[in-house]
Design a protein around this ligand. Structure first.
Ligand code: 13P
Ligand code: SF4
Length: 394
């Protein structure tokens, strides 16, 4: 069918955000309850009171990209790996309030017991990168690998930033989950199990880890575009590649540029550049340090006074680091990059609403992963936790 024929016979539905036309895909456009207004001067007091009333029954996890107003109420802060482990380590808390994004809350649900409930204060806190790989696309891609005769030698390595369904796919196919803090270990494990890796969904983390951390060649990498037949590749390209990188990226980290690194080096003599591995290869190549959000925090915390940094990661974290370490000079790498809008969905009104609802005996926004999906997703998450020498690394 030509595209003209398609547009006359099958008009594309226009989904107006908030109209509730497709609640399944537009997660969280509805907020079932009365949110306190952001202008309420008593919000901080209300959050404190609700948290005190709940005591040990609630445990609040806060990802490093959360706003200060939210981080203030987190019992623990961390990167996605640390938070997953922290969630699993709290079997006595019936409620885990996850201040982060949807895939993190799903992973926490998978790793906690059936008696515990994970709550995401705003269901619209998704992740644009995770949304770049849908399970039907991944299943179709696997069929392509079967057709190319390489599926049996291919191990899926899936970044934590993915839906539970894709984690389950990974578990069913003998793969592992990884995070930015253990991607090197995960990838070298996978390359010992099979001759190829299908790396989902962040092409940059996959490429950076393979080339920069494991000394692989860029020539061994191909990018699989889920919107094109056979990923836009020939069968020969698929057969000769070692790393099949899914065409996904982070819409925040993808915006940091080589130009910004060069400008910082020119304008701030002696500056050290530290970036997250979701940044593009050319940017990571120019950095002095690369690592997960937890590594970025620890590296700056350990640096001597007077160190000058430019940091290529989300703005909430960079601003907080600048405030926390005033004896160092911490600046943001790129003036044209803004907050992660989905991380920012969690604000104090949503947190107060979630906590006060619990005090009233109502659980709002529970994250529940289907049992079948959770089973295989857990296989892949457990494989990550069982990686050689795996403890929390940065
Ligand atoms: P970390 O695991 O490093 O916290 O990264 C999560 C993330 O979403 C970065 O964009
Ligand atoms: Fe997703 Fe990027 Fe936001 Fe991280 S910063 S949660 S990868 S959109």
């Amino acid at each position: 069918m030509t595209s003209t024929a398609m547009s006359t016979s099958m008009p594309l539905p226009l989904l107006v955000l908030g109209a509730g036309t497709d609640l399944h895909t537009e997660r969280g456009v509805e907020c079932p309850g009365e949110l306190p207004p952001p202008s309420d001067p008593a919000l901080v007091e209300r959050a404190r009171a609700a948290k005190a009333a709940l005591g040990d029954r609630v445990f609040v996890l806060g990802h490093h990209y959360q706003r200060n107003e939210v981080i203030e109420f987190a019992d623990v802060t961390g990167d996605s790996f640390k938070l997953a482990k922290e969630a699993a380590a709290r079997p006595d808390a019936p409620w885990i309030v996850f201040c982060g994004v949807h895939f993190m809350a799903e992973s926490a649900d998978i790793l906690t017991s059936d008696q515990q409930t994970v709550i995401l204060p705003d269901l619209a806190a998704g992740c644009s990168m995770a949304d770049m790989a849908a399970i039907h696309q991944v299943e179709d891609a696997w069929d392509d690998l079967v057709e190319a005769g390489v599926a049996q030698d291919t191990i899926p390595v899936t970044y934590m930033n993915s839906s539970a369904a894709i984690k389950a796919f990974t578990g069913r196919h003998g793969g592992t989950i990884c995070t930015s803090s253990n991607a090197k270990t995960a990838l070298s494990w996978a390359l010992e199990q099979g001759s190829k890796v299908l790396f989902l969904p962040d092409q940059h983390l996959g490429r950076n880890t393979y080339v920069r951390d494991l000394g692989g060649s860029l020539e061994d990498c191909v990018v699989f575009d889920p919107h094109r037949p056979m990923g836009g590749l020939t069968i020969e390209q698929i057969q000769s590649a070692r790393m099949i990188l899914w065409r996904g990226h982070c819409s925040v980290h993808g915006r940091f540029t080589v130009d910004a690194v060069e400008t910082a080096r020119r304008e701030i003599p002696g500056v050290r550049v530290i970036v997250h591995p979701e940044c593009r290869y050319e940017v990571v190549e120019l950095a002095d340090e690369v690592g997960s959000t937890e590594k970025i925090v620890k590296t700056i915390a350990a640096a001597p006074a007077g160190t000058k940094w430019v940091v290529g990661t989300e703005l909430n974290l960079v601003k907080r680091l600048a405030e926390q370490f005033p004896d160092q000079q911490v600046s943001f790498l790129e003036k044209n990059v803004c907050y992660c809008s989905t991380m920012n969905r969690i604000d104090l009104p949503h947190l107060v609403w979630a906590l006060e609802s619990l005090v009233e005996g109502r659980v709002v926004n529970p994250i529940r992963v289907d049992d079948q999906v959770a089973h295989y997703a857990r296989v892949a998450l457990d494989q990550m936790l069982a990686l050689p020498g795996e403890t929390h690394k940065d």
